[in-house]
Design a binder for this molecule. Structure first.
Ligand code: ZN
Length: 352
């Protein structure tokens, strides 16, 4: 996750980036805010930025690169120095002593498919703990201590993200407290919470609190400009789906005339649509701000955005944004992107 993929929150992004540039990253930070705030996305973008080996841009507009080996692993949440702890309970599969690590595959999928926006209920449904209450238990706190006692594998910083720290079981708190008081070198703890009032005070006092406001429009921050992108986007997707190469060539040449800022905002809109589809598929929710033809189209389009495709589309679109920003030859870029999307719909498609 790059900062530029998160809409809004400009002030917080700027402050977080500055702490890295000034080399004053606090080792334990608590990002707190309501369920629909982008605290998780910001935490990941922050950690990815800290560890990016090829930060891009100039002061005031700097971000992780998204393509260095560290960023690539961060985007898939598989970096060996990125660790997660979250509430768990026993399930049909894990019948005793549940720990975060037993659910890591579900966890990555949960975060990526929901664009880091789903809450506790969504998580409990994902792992099927039904009516039980998930907790962060003492075994997981022992795991934190063990994990962090090793040297980092690849990056300068080891990052430990603890989600919903208010679910920390009281008997596990002293262990976490101890490591927050005497942290191993080059370790960053990011604690995430929706209800900081419920966090044990001694833990709270060891963290730097960062308030993340709720998103203006829950979810994806729909903008005025999005409405002008809808028609061209629908036409483009229909042409991709039908594999209409002449139309796709026409699309590439049209959008090339539009200029880079427009191209970028079009691609960001496309990313939002993919996000809307995921919200409909996985949360059975209609994102705010959608109506009429656009809603109808997204409803029809969402069944195509399965979990695999969600990751593919996100990668393709983010790569395209990356290249548009870097002055790639855009007509080639958009034609290439279109053909890759055609293959998402028709894996064996050969343009004739
Ligand atoms: Zn990078």
């Amino acid at each position: 996750m790059r900062f530029s993929e998160i809409t809004g929150n400009e002030d917080i992004k700027r402050k977080l980036i500055q702490t890295v540039l000034d080399q004053r990253v606090s080792h334990a930070q608590l990002f707190f805010g309501p369920e629909n705030s982008r605290k998780f996305a910001l935490a990941i973008a922050y950690a990815q930025f800290i560890n990016c080996t090829n930060k891009q841009g100039v002061a005031g507009n700097i971000d992780s690169c998204g393509v260095c080996p560290s960023c690539v692993k961060y985007q898939k949440l598989i970096h060996p120095d990125l660790h997660f702890i979250y509430p768990v309970a026993t399930t049909k599969r894990v019948t005793k002593k549940p720990q975060s690590k037993h659910f890591i595959e579900d966890w990555r999928k949960f975060l990526l498919e929901n664009n880091f926006q789903s809450g506790l209920q969504g998580w409990y449904e994902t792992i099927g703990i039904e009516n039980k209450q998930g907790i962060i238990n003492a075994e997981d706190c022992n795991e934190i201590i063990t994990t962090l006692s090793y040297k980092s594998y690849e990056s300068d910083y080891k990052v430990m993200i603890i989600w919903m720290v208010e679910k920390l079981f009281y008997s596990a708190a002293p262990k976490l407290l101890k490591i927050l008081e005497e942290p191993p070198e080059k370790t960053l703890f990011i604690l995430l919470s929706e209800e900081p009032d419920q966090i044990i005070k001694t833990i709270l006092s060891r963290t730097l609190m960062v308030k993340i406001p709720k998103s203006v429009i829950p979810g994806y921050g729909k903008t005025e400009e999005d409405s002008i992108h809808f028609e061209p986007f629908r036409h483009w997707m229909r042409s991709c789906y039908a594999g209409k190469i002449p139309e796709l060539i026409g699309f590439a040449s049209e959008i090339t005339k539009a200029g880079r800022e427009k191209q970028k905002s079009f691609l960001i809109y496309a990313l939002k649509v993919v996000g809307y589809c995921a919200t409909m598929n996985y949360r059975q929710l209609v994102p705010d701000g959608l109506e009429g033809e656009e809603l109808k189209f997204i409803r029809d389009f969402s069944p195509f955005i399965t979990s695999d495709k969600l990751i593919e589309f996100n990668t393709l679109l983010n790569d395209a944004i990356f290249h548009v920003e870097r002055n790639a030859h855009t007509s080639t870029l958009f034609l290439d992107l279109s053909l890759k999307i055609v293959r998402q719909f028709k894996p064996n498609f050969i343009p004739l």
